[in-house]
Design a protein around this ligand. Sequence first.
Ligand code: PEP
Ligand code: MG
Length: 537
Amino acid sequence: METYSGKKIFSGVAIGRIFHYAKVESIISRKKITDVAAEIQRYEQAKEKAITQLKALYEKAVKEVGELNAQIFEVHSMMLGDDDYNDSVHNLISSQSVNSEYAVAMTGDNFADIFANMDDEYFKARAIDVKDISERVIGILSGAKGADNLSEPVIIVADDLAPSETVQMDKSKILGFVTRLGSANSHTAILARTMSIPALIGVDIKSEWNGKMAILDGVGGNIIIEPDEETLRLYEGKKKSEEEQKELLVQLIGKDTVSKSGHKINLYANIGNVTDLGAVLKNDAAGIGLFRSEFIYLEKEDFPTEEEQFKAYKQVAETMSGKKVIIRTLDIGADKQAEYFNLDKEDNPAMGYRAIRICLTQPEIFKTQLRAIFRASAFGTVSIMYPMITSVEEVREIKIIADEVKAELDNVGIPYGDVEQGIMIETPAAVMISDELAKEVDFFSIGTNDLTQYTLAIDRQNSKLDRFYNAHHTAILRMIKMVVDNAHKEGIWAGICGELGADLELTEEFLKMGVDELSVSPGMILPIRKAIRDSIN
Ligand code: PEP
Ligand code: MG
C-alpha cells in the first residue's frame, strides 16, 4: 500500500481500479529495424485493432448520438482500409527499414498535406481525419491508451487532460480524476466538479498504477494504491456516510431557495453537455445558468451544423420544460482547442483570439450558432449570453448580427421565442464600464474564473500559481458588488456563473451584495440551497 498526495479539486471518496490515460507521443522517433516482415505484421495487427475499436465506437455513437453523428467512425475505419494508405506504410517500412510508428506518422502527414491542398472543401476537411486515424494506430503501436472505450468504472490517472480529451470519455465509467498537471481552475477541474466526482491534481502519478486497485480520497487529498483490507474497510465506511449526508440534502428537493429573511436567489446549474441534464434534474436546479456550448464543438471533428446544434439546444430547452436555459455562445480558444478551427499558436492564448473575438471576426460561424439557438428558443425559455466582452461597441455589433438572424428567420417563417440577451462580465474592462453595458443588455453573469485570471494577472491554467489565485481577493469582491449595483441601477439582474458562485464561504456575502442568481455545478445546488435557507441575510 502506498499513499500519494495532491491538491483537492472536488471532495468525495472513489474506490476502484486505475486507468492510466496516456497520450500519443507528439514526436515520433525514427528507429532502424532489421526484420521487415515482422514489422509489417506488427503494423497490420495494430491496424486491425484500430478498426475493431472504431467499429465499437461507431456502435456506441449510433446509440448515444444517432447514425448521422456516428458516421465519422465508419469513415475512419474505411480510410484505414485504403490501399494507397497501406501501401505507403508498407513501402516506407521495407524501403527505409524504419519502425511502424515512424512509417505511419510519415504517411499520415503526407496524406494530410495532399488533402489540405485540394480545392474541394469536403476533401480538404479529410486532412484532420487522416491525422486522426494515424494517431490512433500510433497510439496502439506505442501502447498509449485512450479512455473512449472503457469496460468498467475507473479512476482516471493522467499527466494532464485537455477538454478535447475529456469530452471523448464515457462519463458513466469515470469514478474520479487524478493528474500530475492542470490547475484548480482549469476546465478539467470544472468538469470534475460538474460531474461531482473526486479529483486531485499535482500528484506524482506512475504509469505502473494502471489496473491496480486504489482509493481516491478527495477529502484528505490522497490516492492510496493497493490499499490493505483495513484501509479499504475504513474508506468504504467514509463513502457510506458521505452517501448518507447526500441523502439528507435530498430533503431540500422541491424547496425554495430563500433565506430566513425572505431573500430569494435563482439557483441554476452549469452544464457542458446534454448528458449533464440528468444531474441538473436530480439536483433540482431552477434552470441552467451557463451552458458551455463550446463542448458541442469540441466533440466534433468539424464544425457542428446548424441542425446538429439546434437538436442539442432544443433537447436542453425541452428537458428543462419552461425553466430558464442560458446558452453561452462559443467560447473556444485558449485551453479549449479544436483542430478544425485552425487557430494560430499564440504566446498568450488566454488573451488572444478566442470566444466573441472569433465570432465577430468569422460571423458565419456565429450566425450558424445563433440561428440554432433562436430556433430552439421556440421549445422552452432560452436566453443567450456572450463571453469575453470588453466594450459597448462589441455588444452593439453582436445585437446587429442577432437582429439579422431574427430577420432571416422571420423571412422564412421560422418561429422563435422571446430571447433575453445578456453578457458575461469576466474582464476588468467590462466591470469598469458595467454601468454603460447595463443599458445595452438584459442581464449580467459574472465569470469569476476568467475575471480572477485577468484581474490578478494569473494564468488559470498554471498550477504553480494556484496559491496566488485568490478568488476571495478584495479586488474581486469589490468588482462583483460594483457589477451588481450597476445592473440594479438599470433594472437588470446580475448573477455569478464562475466557480466562486459555489463557494459556501461566500454565500452570505453574495446575499448581502444582492446577487440575484448563482449558477453552479449540479452537485453544489443542494449544499448552496441549504446555506441560503440557513442564512439570516
Ligand atoms: C468564467 O470564466 O468564470 C466562466 C464561467 O467561464 P469559463 O470557466 O468557461 O471560462
Ligand atoms: Mg470564462
